[in-house]
Design a protein around this ligand. Structure first.
Ligand SMILES: [Zn+2]
Ligand SMILES: [Zn+2]
Length: 320
């Protein structure tokens, strides 16, 4: 399986402002220290080798959308945040090259940042496309129709041309999609959210966003430890720093990097992707949180095997 991140930001899409780009360029120029590069390729090679991600890259600002490649003849997509728009454009390209026009979309929940990309999803206008929405929420169709009512959007849901259907699933009842076994878990979030486990050929990916795990309540997290057990990759809501979750933002429905690492350690997971980044965090803040996460993992690892801590960004691809 291959996991492709199209949107990794939480709550609200964000864009880089001119000042942030200017600061990155200034840092890069200082780091180059007057060196002369013959062309852009040389400059790029220098930047890749010498600059940190927050200077030479960007975490991106599209809201939750993750593709899991590996199903037979179908796309698997988790959530429809604003990242779904770009996924749709890329899917058109791949469909033109022969990929089946079948989309299985797994919804964690119906908060706006997880469905706002759908009105801009090109394949929904394709009469040859099939879209199956998988959800734990019986009111998923209502949520999608409502965001396209005339008062909010010019194109009503009924104008869409793709063949669309909704499948409401129960937790802990595995089902099969294109050769991939999928299981849901109920999570701690307002109006409930659901996490998904995807298993194929002994490899597993967990998509678990918008869930509040509390450090002082880890005994009740046994169900999540079992759900994350031995996962090859856990994509986990780590919206806030630990300081924020225990002070300001307790009960806001999101988790910290620290709790996610503790859960993954307990579960024996192999890789964790920090996900659903706080929209007010600059690239430097997210990079610092990633570095602190890696350090914390080393400190508390003890005799467990290493948990690799990745920081998801728009455009990241991970081979499982
Ligand atoms: Zn969210
Ligand atoms: Zn939410």
């Amino acid at each position: 399986m291959r996991v492709r991140f199209w949107g990794t930001r939480g709550s609200l899409p964000v864009a880089q402002k001119a000042g942030a780009i200017q600061a990155k360029i200034a840092r890069a120029l200082v780091a180059a220290g007057g060196q002369v590069f013959a062309d852009e390729a040389q400059a790029t090679a220098f930047a890749k080798a010498n600059l940190d991600f927050a200077t030479f890259g960007a975490y991106g600002g599209a809201t939750s959308c993750v593709e899991i490649e590996g199903a037979d003849d179908a796309y698997i997509v988790c959530d429809m945040g604003s990242g779904l728009r770009e996924f749709g454009i890329d899917a058109f390209r791949r469909c033109a090259a022969g990929h089946a026009r079948v989309f299985h979309i797994f919804l964690s929940h119906l908060h706006w940042d997880h469905i706002m990309g759908f009105p801009f999803f090109g394949p929904a206008f394709d009469p040859g496309a099939t879209i199956v929405f998988h959800t734990g929420h019986p009111d998923a169709e209502q949520a999608l129709r409502r965001q396209q009512e005339e008062i909010s959007f010019p194109v009503p849901f009924d104008w869409l041309k793709a063949k669309m259907s909704f499948e409401v699933h129960q937790v802990a009842q595995p089902f099969e999609v294109g050769g991939v076994t999928v299981t849901l878990i109920q999570q701690h979030h307002s109006h409930e959210s659901f996490g998904y486990q995807f298993v194929r050929d002994g490899r597993s990916v967990i998509y678990s966003t918008d869930s509040e795990h509390k450090l002082d309540n880890m005994e009740s997290e046994a169900a999540f430890e079992a759900f994350f057990a031995d996962a090859d990759l856990v994509i986990c809501d780590t919206m806030y720093s630990l300081g924020d979750t225990v002070s300001l933002k307790q009960d806001w429905g999101h988790s910290s990097n620290i709790v996610a690492i503790d859960l993954c350690h307990a579960a024996g997971a192999k890789r964790l992707a920090l996900f659903h980044h706080e929209p007010t965090y600059a690239d430097e803040d997210i990079q610092r949180m990633h570095a602190e996460s890696v350090r914390y993992e080393e400190l508390v690892r003890a005799d467990r095997p290493e948990l690799e801590v990745l920081c998801a960004y728009d455009g990241l691809e991970v081979e499982i």
